[in-house]
Design a protein around this ligand. Structure first.
Ligand SMILES: *Cc1c(COP(=O)(O)O)cnc(C)c1O
Length: 373
């Protein structure tokens, strides 16, 4: 049964917020006090389970932070780098650039390695940059660069960062929960993600999984009060699941249910397989119609895929988007600067049968718009 058979207005094929299950919606229908020990124990279970999905090592901890994913990135960048530290940002898309923008706004010492959005990351340049600049203390990169859908080689980069004895920060916003990762094996010290992406919850908070020994040393470094990651963690530890300031209680309940459903699906590996199957069918179907992909196939993540606008005078993205929306599929505009593209996401409560129906619908809309390939 496809998701569209159910009673939903449309299916989101976006990188979040995304289509969630009815049971995740229903979980929100309860008004908790942030002081309620039952609520706090739900927070504690989420914190423990998040670490468990990232590593089997006991040396990691987690902290939740109000706000969307960017707030989690800003909280981390602003909190875990000492006053005399220096950050290397490896960027190959808009989200990498956003990390650099945060560092600039916070007046941190920064080096930006600005790489091509369309080519694989050149590992030797990372190694050289670290060798030539001993002042660099921290390295940050995005896992799945949602701008294009590119999957960066975070394990190989982790090896270099570890050999060079630097601290490794990963924006795993659009991948965590949907792509297997092993924090200790990949030498990741801080991993950032949020509630409304591959865990398939609703928007409202971000979270950070941290190497506890390193993190414990960051007290007093934060450049912001509300985004002080250490203070937030300390409060959660001391108060056993209590947040500083109002917490997004309904979002937390939805997230607890979403974590349960990830487990019921069979865990990250199973979800990854579903996303891969969605993406394989999507690419095969779109290429059959005549669409071209922005990236070479070996660079793709199973999360989101960029397609180049068809080279046909009748193609108008907003018209295409509206006709698709009327048929209950919500697509996503493009974000790269070098080409006109649009994106289709595979994450959320979306199944291979939905993708088959999507392809059929795209073919119909192309016929209606008299677009030939
Ligand atoms: C979604 C996303 C973010 C954060 O975006 P918000 O809109 O603040 O939730 C950051 N990095 C990546 C790679 C993302 O996909």
């Amino acid at each position: 049964m496809t998701k569209l058979d159910a009673d939903i207005p449309y299916l989101l094929l976006t990188p979040g917020p995304l289509t969630t299950t009815k049971s995740v919606h229903d979980a929100m229908m309860f008004d908790y006090s942030t002081w309620d020990v039952d609520y706090n124990s739900i927070v504690q279970k989420i914190r423990t389970d998040l670490v468990g999905l990232a590593t089997e090592s006991a040396e990691y901890t987690s902290v939740l932070m109000q706000g969307s994913g960017t707030f989690g990135v800003e909280a981390t960048i602003g909190s875990v780098i000492p006053p005399d530290g220096k950050l290397l940002v490896i960027s190959n898309g808009a989200y990498g650039r956003r990390i650099a923008q945060i560092a600039e706004r916070l007046k941190l010492n920064l080096t930006l390695l600005d790489l091509s959005e369309l080519e694989a990351v050149d590992l030797s340049r990372i190694d050289e940059t670290l060798s030539s600049d001993p002042d660099i203390t921290h390295v940050a990169i995005v896992h799945c660069e949602t701008t294009t859908g590119m999957l960066n080689p975070v394990k190989e980069i982790g090896k270099i960062v570890h050999q060079q004895k630097r601290i490794y920060i990963l924006d795993a916003m659009s991948s965590y929960g949907g792509i297997p990762i092993n924090m200790d094996e990949f030498h990741i010290d801080y991993l950032i993600s949020s509630a409304n992406k591959c865990i398939q919850g609703v928007p409202g908070f971000s979270f950070v999984i941290a190497n506890q020994k390193l993190f414990e040393n960051t007290e007093g470094w934060a450049r912001s009060l509300s985004l002080d990651l250490f203070d937030q963690w300390k409060e959660m530890e001391k108060g056993k699941g209590k947040w500083r300031y109002t917490s997004p209680t309904h979002t937390v309940l939805a997230f607890a249910q979403a974590m349960k459903e990830l487990d019921e699906e069979g865990g990250i590996k199973k979800r990854f397989n579903r996303y891969c199957e969605n993406q394989t069918r999507l690419v095969a179907g779109m290429e059959k119609i005549g669409f071209e992909l922005l990236l070479k196939s070996e660079l793709h993540s199973p999360i989101i895929t960029s397609f180049i606008y068809p080279n046909h005078p009748n193609f108008d993205f907003s018209e295409f988007y509206n006709l698709m929306k009327e048929r209950r599929f919500v697509l996503y505009p493009g974000k790269v600067t070098s080409a006109d593209t649009f994106r289709i996401g595979n994450i959320g409560n979306v199944f291979p049968e939905d993708i088959d129906l999507l392809i059929k619908t795209i073919q119909e809309v192309c016929d209606l718009m008299k677009i030939t390939f």
